[in-house]
Design a protein around this ligand. Structure first.
Ligand SMILES: Nc1ncnc2c1ncn2[C@@H]1O[C@H](COP(=O)(O)OP(=O)(O)O)[C@@H](O)[C@H]1O
Ligand SMILES: N[C@@H](CCC(=O)OP(=O)(O)O)C(=O)O
Length: 376
């Protein structure tokens, strides 16, 4: 099966719509165009796909509401414009999705949320819960507190980090060109469209230029985003948002835009990332039964299989899982702090709420967040 045709199976999609598309030349939100994408996302949902939307446009919408003709260069003015514009942006999505009986949720994130382990695990749990509830999350950068991203107008990397967070199958970046060309087509009329490439191919950087006046990340940030997304095995499609029925056509395997193929299997890529990127903060000693289910059955770790706790860790930290002789058999992101694990170790899952006065996840470490030793 080719990457293109694989997109026709029910999938988890992250769809990113850039500033360059969302406004009518910076005058106001392009509501008709937005209605068209919403209709297509509702169709994706009706076909069994899950959809997370990453939408820019807050600064551009705010500028037009405030009557500003020029994009300001002062960061606090950009942030103020984003705060004004975000209101109209989410309201527009809420009303348009409602026509398809779909609920929406506003999720504002910044890069720190995704690099701090505790916030990472919380953001992941919230987004997964929203998807399970059938809600369409509408994500944007938390522009009030970021500086670099708003200055450079880059929601592409945010979209890639969201794709990593939810293990998306595909990231679709809608923009104002039909895809990625061998050079910026605004400046080089001989440039040709690249139909398929490997995410992370080094030659792409030299072909990618910067952006236009409204969205400003340009193609460079999309190339970087495709490389980031590939860490979770997510394929990226950069494609023209104004092409008729663009999302439907991608879901039907049509060859449009540029596909950046992730050449690692999702699980493998994610586990490599877990294995390689985080320092451990403590360890859990497991009984023989827990060691067996982790090693042989690929299951999650439950509190009942833990016999001892070491170290000072909080929810979201990386901890080592040791067998009774102290050998490391796995490592993963823990859902409870060291203090709480000490209270629930050896206990069945049903006891967690009573022992702690609250319960987050059933698992101490979910299998998606766990790497068993032979994968290190
Ligand atoms: N190699 C390339 N292929 C296609 N577009 C490119 C390339 N290099 C630079 N660009 C520019 O990137 C722009 C899209 O990026 P940007 O303006 O940031 O939009 P968005 O708001 O969608 O992120 C295009 O309008 C195009 O001029
Ligand atoms: N988060 C901001 C800026 C993000 C932005 O413009 O990014 P992009 O669409 O990638 O060029 C906004 O909503 O306006």
């Amino acid at each position: 099966m080719t990457v293109r045709s694989s997109l026709a199976k029910p999938q988890r999609w992250v769809v990113k719509i850039g500033s360059a598309l969302l406004t009518n030349n910076g005058q106001a939100l392009a509501t008709d165009a937005i209605a068209g994408w919403v209709a297509q996302m509702a169709w994706l949902r009706s076909q069994g796909h899950e959809v997370i939307l990453v939408s820019s446009g807050a600064v551009a919408a705010g500028m037009s509401q405030l009557g500003w003709q020029q994009r300001p260069s002062a960061v606090h003015e950009l942030q103020a414009a984003a705060a004004v514009g975000q209101m109209g942006l989410v309201q527009t999505y809420q009303e348009l999705f409602q026509a398809y009986a779909l609920q929406t949720a506003q999720v504002l994130l910044d890069h720190d949320d995704l690099s701090s382990r505790q916030r990472y695990i919380n953001a992941r749990a919230t987004l997964n819960t929203l998807l399970q509830l059938g809600v369409v999350p509408v994500v944007n950068e938390n522009d009030t507190v970021v500086t670099d991203e708003i200055r450079f107008g880059d929601n592409d990397s945010l979209a890639a980090l969201v794709a990593n967070l939810v293990d998306a199958d595909v990231l679709v970046i809608l923009t104002d060109q039909d895809g990625m060309y061998t050079a910026d087509p605004r400046h080089d009329p001989s440039a040709t469209l690249i139909s398929e490439t490997r995410a992370g191919a080094p030659e792409l950087i030299a072909m990618a230029g910067d952006g236009g006046a409204l969205g400003r990340g340009g193609m460079i940030t999309k190339v970087r985003a495709a490389k980031l997304a590939a860490r979770s095995g997510t394929h990226t499609v950069v494609v023209g948002g104004r092409l008729s029925q663009v999302l439907r056509r991608i879901a039907q395997g049509e060859t449009i835009g540029t596909v950046f193929v992730a050449d690692q299997q999702p699980q493998q890529a994610r586990k490599q990332w877990l294995a390689g990127h985080l320092q451990n903060r403590g360890s859990l000693m497991l009984d023989d039964g827990a060691v067996r289910v982790l090693q042989q059955k690929g299951k999650s770790l439950l509190a009942v299989g833990v016999t001892a706790v070491n170290g000072e860790f909080t929810r979201g930290d990386m901890v080592l899982c040791l067998d009774s002789r102290g050998r490391e058999i796995a490592r993963g992101l823990v859902n409870y702090s060291a203090r709480d694990v000490a209270k629930i170790k050896g206990q069945p899952t049903e006891q967690i709420a009573e022992l702690l006065g609250y319960k987050d996840e059933d698992e101490l470490i979910h299998r998606d967040n766990l790497v068993v030793a032979d994968n290190f």
